[in-house]
Write a protein that binds this ligand. Structure first.
Ligand code: KIV
Length: 268
């Protein structure tokens, strides 16, 4: 992949055809987005996980459309190459396709993002079609859909049972037929995810969905080890930033208290 070429929804389809895996990470602010775009990430997701990791809410339900637009605007300013996808937050699209369209238009117009993502299958079909009618690319999200946590009651693996697995497969096909350019599958059995990915033309990005899909996504705070308390089986941690940052801050405090900082060279 040419480092300079901008990633589009079309690029992702080409990557699937060529068997090249797609890399995706979340970002919610300018500095983090700059680093991951510069590192060569294919897709930056301004996820509604911002509700948890940026705002400290227990669920993703609390974040508002205005707050998502604020995060997305900062991310878009930093990104030169990646495709920027923004989550439609809870309450901004469910059950009302006109509102779904208005929310998507606000995200695209006010932040400059490239696509939106929403959760659900057949129940959001009308919303997906309406958003697409305005030329806004849509990414689907099936399996564990955190905006429905109070319906599920738990964050355990979804679609282990045949009935739910069958419904998920059908929903994935409905989303593809509606025109979604990609689908995220969250926390479902790897065999099912692989089966869905190989039966669809559009790329399937997994999180806790095994290796048989077309790409992987993680929440950046989880993969950098900024969150200490979250350690599901699917998470690979690449750093232990919580302890590294804590150690650095403790050293800084110590240097101030001991009058070591600032030294002669660090003053005017
Ligand atoms: O909000 C988010 O971070 C997400 C990913 C977990 C896919 O939707």
């Amino acid at each position: 992949m040419d480092e300079k070429r901008r990633i589009t929804t079309h690029t992702l389809q080409e990557m699937k055809k060529a068997g090249e895996k797609i890399s995706m990470l979340t970002a919610y602010d300018f500095s983090m987005a700059r680093i991951i775009d510069d590192a060569g990430i294919d897709v930056v997701l301004v996820g509604d996980s911002a509700s948890n990791v940026m705002a400290g809410h227990e669920t993703t339900l609390s974040i508002t459309l205005d707050q998502m637009i604020y995060h997305a605007t900062s991310v878009v300013k930093a990104v030169k190459r990646s495709l920027v996808v923004v989550d439609l937050p809870f309450g901004s699209y469910q059950g009302n396709s006109k509102e779904a369209l208005n929310s998507s238009i606000r995200i695209m117009k006010e932040s400059g993002a490239h696509a939106v993502k929403l959760e659900g299958g057949r129940e959001v079909k009308e919303s997906v079609e309406r958003i697409l009618s305005a030329g806004v690319p849509v990414m689907g999200h099936l399996g564990l859909t955190p905006q429905s946590i109070y319906k599920f009651g738990t964050y355990v693996v979804r679609a282990r049972e045949e009935e739910e697995a069958k419904r998920l497969e059908e929903d994935a096909h409905i989303l593809e037929e509606c025109g979604c350019f990609s689908i995220v599958l969250e926390k479902i059995p790897a065999t099912l995810a692989g089966k869905v990915a190989s039966s669809l033309r559009i790329p399937v990005i997994g999180i806790g969905a095994g290796s048989g899909v077309d790409g992987q996504v993680l929440v950046i705070h989880d993969m950098l080890g900024i969150n200490q308390e979250f350690h599901p089986r699917f998470l690979r941690r690449y750093m232990s930033l919580y302890s590294d940052m804590k150690n650095a801050v403790q050293k800084y405090i110590q240097d101030i208290k001991s009058k070591d900082f600032p030294n002669q060279k660090e003053q005017y």
